[in-house]
Design a protein. Structure first.
Length: 567
């Protein structure tokens, strides 16, 4: 869990914690106040659950002189308070202080009320207020305290922080936060108040979980682990992380379980899919503003739009590629910007996604066989039992993967292909270092299957692989295969010329892409190619297309038990 604090560009410097003496001065000065034996005796009676207030330990007194300009008094008192080591400023201009004590019984939280600040000063500073050279009080008025909390003369004496975490987290440079202040630069100044991070040297819990989930392919299994790494390292790629698209062949296959596994200790917020983009945007923005500590936003149960074509959202496409998105929607409060440290996940069954969403996707497909309700996994209920009991252990094993990758020199996977290049190469490098080699091997296949146009092209290509045909000839094949609807707009279906023109437009748009299609006994991976040439006997060159098979894999035969075999 973390407390998000809005970022600014201020520079961080670590202040000292020693409270040494100063030479008294006429204004804003510090003078030594003696501690009597009685006072010393009282200090020892302080309850052991809480630290002894520094003001009770003696030390110098700070003289607040009314003749001095406020900025100098603010600055001087701020320097004294900062020595306590548990006060920070937020990165918002004039945004007050934050109390972040390492003592377990002292709750962390913002200090933006004059009464809170008065208590802090009373416990930490022997304050003397002078007027015309005479001591008049030992505390400041509410109006002065209120002004001081918003004054840069005062606030700039404290270390700025952008975020407070209770769980260890990786920063943008892949450094792991440890207890105390972790300075990753503006936007990445993190105060970690939790325990030291655990780093495991094996993948026992992760392997046990992945082994009971029924993935469609080994690539889907590897991608599920990649999803967990993406959430863990989400600060490294603002605006350049994929959407986790978790789909399944049937309901209750474990889509939510996979997303929960990927989320780890990051706070997760779920919203329902809305067919209209403005409604989805309002739900999303409202969730982000209501739960600023969230690390994963889940769009649940995405279904086809009213036209029955695809699941699409221009808002999501824009949001996941923006390093610092602007969040505003009617009914969700004022506008706000936030560094894009969020991971978006979509769960769907048979829904097909738009091309733009598929291009930004990390696909994970589940394909359970039989009655899912009758499953009895060896680890118990994966979502309700295993993950809650082993969340910390899984996170430690993920950290171990990252740290071993760092120890190996942070090698990148130069072979993997995805629009989010930095993410895919680093994630692929981590997976390879850990012994996983099927990362994103299903990317082209899922884009084909989940995109109706690509799926139709894959079926047509698998019917006649390797043969050069004109658009008119391919239009005839499209009709034979029965995929006219996704490939030919309704307005072009009434004539041969219209169908040929539509097929030529679609094939040109997908020239050079990798597609997947099945025959009766083979699964083909093909590259769509376009050339303009003339055959023997032709007087004019013609534009032709072919599906060149780059890989063919036999579809394995399934052997039925004797009682189910055909007679």
């Amino acid at each position: 869990m973390s407390d998000a604090i809005e970022s600014s560009g201020a520079t961080v410097t670590r202040n000292g914690t020693a409270g040494g003496r100063r030479t008294p001065r006429q204004t804003g000065s510090i003078t030594q106040a003696p501690v009597t034996d009685a006072e010393s005796s009282e200090v020892t009676r302080t309850a052991g659950d809480f630290p002894v207030p520094p003001a009770l330990k003696g030390g110098p007194a700070f003289v607040w002189d009314d003749k001095t300009v406020p900025a100098e008094n603010f600055q001087g008192l701020g320097k004294v308070l900062s020595r306590s080591g548990d006060l920070y400023r937020t990165s918002v201009y004039g945004g007050g202080l934050f109390l972040g004590s390492s003592v377990p019984n002292v709750p962390a939280g913002p200090i933006n009320d004059p009464r809170q600040l008065a208590s802090l000063i009373a416990d930490r500073v022997r304050l003397v207020v002078q007027k015309k050279g005479e001591t008049k009080a030992t505390q400041l008025s509410g109006s002065v305290l209120r002004t001081m909390l918003a004054s840069e003369s005062f606030l700039q004496q404290f270390q700025p922080i952008d975020r407070v975490d209770r769980e260890s987290r990786y920063l943008a440079d892949f450094s792991l936060t440890c207890p105390g202040l972790n300075d990753g630069g503006p936007g990445q100044r993190v105060l970690h108040l939790g325990p030291s991070p655990e780093i495991a040297d094996n993948l026992d819990a992760i392997t046990r979980f992945l082994d009971v989930m029924e993935f469609a392919t080994n690539a889907d299994r590897t991608n599920a682990l990649a999803a967990a790494l993406t959430v863990l390292l989400r600060d490294a790629w603002p605006g350049a992380k994929p959407i986790l698209v978790v789909s399944a062949t049937k309901s209750h296959a474990g889509k939510d379980t996979i997303i929960r596994f990927a989320s780890g200790t990051a706070a997760q917020v779920s919203i329902s899919y809305q067919r209209t983009d403005w409604a989805l945007e309002r739900s999303f923005v409202g969730a982000v503003k209501h739960s600023p500590q969230a690390g994963v936003i889940v769009v649940e149960n995405a279904r086809l739009d009213r036209s029955g074509q695809v699941i699409q959202s221009a808002f999501l496409e824009r949001t996941v590629t923006d390093a610092e998105p602007f969040y505003f929607s009617t009914g969700t409060g004022g506008p706000a910007r936030r560094r894009n440290d969020l991971v978006v996940a979509i769960s769907t069954n048979a829904g097909s996604l738009s091309e733009d969403l598929l291009n930004r996707a990390l696909p994970i497909r589940l394909a359970p066989k039989g009655d899912v309700a009758s499953r009895r996994p060896a680890i118990g209920n994966p979502k309700l039992e295993f993950l809650p009991a082993n969340r910390g252990r899984i996170e430690a094993e993920l950290r171990g993967m990252v740290e071993r990758w760092k120890d190996a020199g942070m090698p990148l996977d130069e072979d993997v292909r995805h629009p989010f290049t930095a993410w895919s190469r680093a994630t692929g490098g981590i997976l390879r270092t850990a012994g996983f080699h099927a990362f994103l091997e299903n990317y082209s296949a899922r884009r084909t299957v989940d995109d109706p146009v690509r799926a139709g092209l894959g079926l047509v290509g698998a019917a006649i692989p390797g043969k050069w045909l004109t658009a008119t000839e391919w239009a005839q094949q499209v009709a034979k295969v029965g995929v006219v609807d996704p490939l030919v707009p309704a307005a072009d279906r009434s004539s041969d010329e219209g169908r040929a023109r539509a097929i030529g437009t679609v094939m040109t748009a997908h020239d050079g892409e990798t597609l997947v299609g099945d025959t009766e006994d083979m699964k083909l991976t093909m590259r769509l190619e376009k050339r303009r040439f003339r055959l023997s006997g032709e007087t004019q060159p013609k534009t032709r297309y072919r599906f060149f098979a780059t890989e063919s894999v036999p579809i394995p035969e399934e052997h039925l038990p004797a009682e189910h075999a055909a007679p």
